[in-house]
Design a protein around this ligand. Structure first.
Ligand code: ZN
Length: 261
């Protein structure tokens, strides 16, 4: 569980937060509250981003703020319990929160996202933040990292092994494989998702039943809690190494621009 984490911004005292933010880096965690079959909680994508975000916070010694559990997931609304916000609502919230972090001295904002449906919105928010405040936004798409690091073990499905691992790493009491409902065959879901994941010509997802009629597909039972924690640690290592590489590369390029002007 993560509720007592020392770098979770709401847990920090004002003087401690001020000192930590003045070091220049803050982490924003995004979320989603959407159906994940009978075996995973509605907040799966929120918990996934949070468990990785907290690991990243430990490594960077930077404060971490969960923006809100809810994200942009209108295509899961056919299943009651799913919540969604309009993209502009999330943009407004992220920009306003970034304003406070920036005012405290954070010039590097690392967004840790898991939910694919948040991606266009997070990019628009980042653009507005960078036009409004003296801050650089870097986005970590942690579902993509998890799948890329372990393509066979961490399948890119919905409510399958990858998302089960993320929830197990956060709180194994929130996974109940005995309550698994029938899912779609993995080939059906994979082909459905592939339509919307094309990068050249693609439709926009309107109803997740177009991907998987049951709402989920994948093989959730394949990962132990120990392995899940190990994987999420390695995902956090990858986020931190990439973030540090990017910050250093950008600093060099900005220095070159300065010499040119
Ligand atoms: Zn999910």
């Amino acid at each position: 569980m993560s509720g007592d984490h020392a770098l979770l911004l709401p847990n920090m005292t004002q003087p401690d937060a001020a000192a930590a933010l003045a070091r220049g880096t803050a982490i924003i965690v995004t979320g989603s509250v959407e159906q994940h079959g009978g075996h995973l909680p509605l907040g799966t994508d929120h918990f996934a981003a949070l468990t990785i975000g907290l690991r990243v916070a430990d490594r960077l010694q930077a404060p971490v703020f969960p923006l809100t559990a809810v994200g942009v997931a209108p295509y899961h609304l056919p299943w009651p319990g799913t919540l969604t916000v309009r993209p502009q609502t999330m943009i407004d919230l992220m920009v306003d929160v970034a304003g406070g972090l920036s005012a405290a001295g954070a010039t590097r904002l690392l967004v840790v996202n898991w939910h694919e449906g948040n991606t266009p919105t997070v990019r628009l928010a980042a653009d507005e933040i960078q036009r409004t405040y003296p801050a650089r936004v870097v986005i970590a798409e942690t579902h993509i990292i998890t799948n890329a690091l372990y393509p066979d073990e961490m399948e890119f499905t919905h409510a399958g092994s990858m998302e089960t691992a993320a929830v197990l790493a956060h709180d194994e009491g929130l996974v109940d494989l005995d309550r698994m409902l029938d899912g779609d065959p993995v080939e059906i879901g994979t082909d459905g998702h592939a339509l919307f994941r094309r990068r050249d010509v693609f439709p926009i997802l309107r109803d997740f039943r177009e991907v998987a009629a049951t709402g989920w597909y994948g093989t959730p039972g394949s990962v132990s809690p120990e392995r899940a924690r190990q994987i999420m640690d390695e995902v956090a290592d990858h986020v931190v190494a990439s973030f540090e590489d990017i910050v250093e590369a950008l600093e060099q390029r900005v220095a070159i621009i300065g010499e040119m002007s």
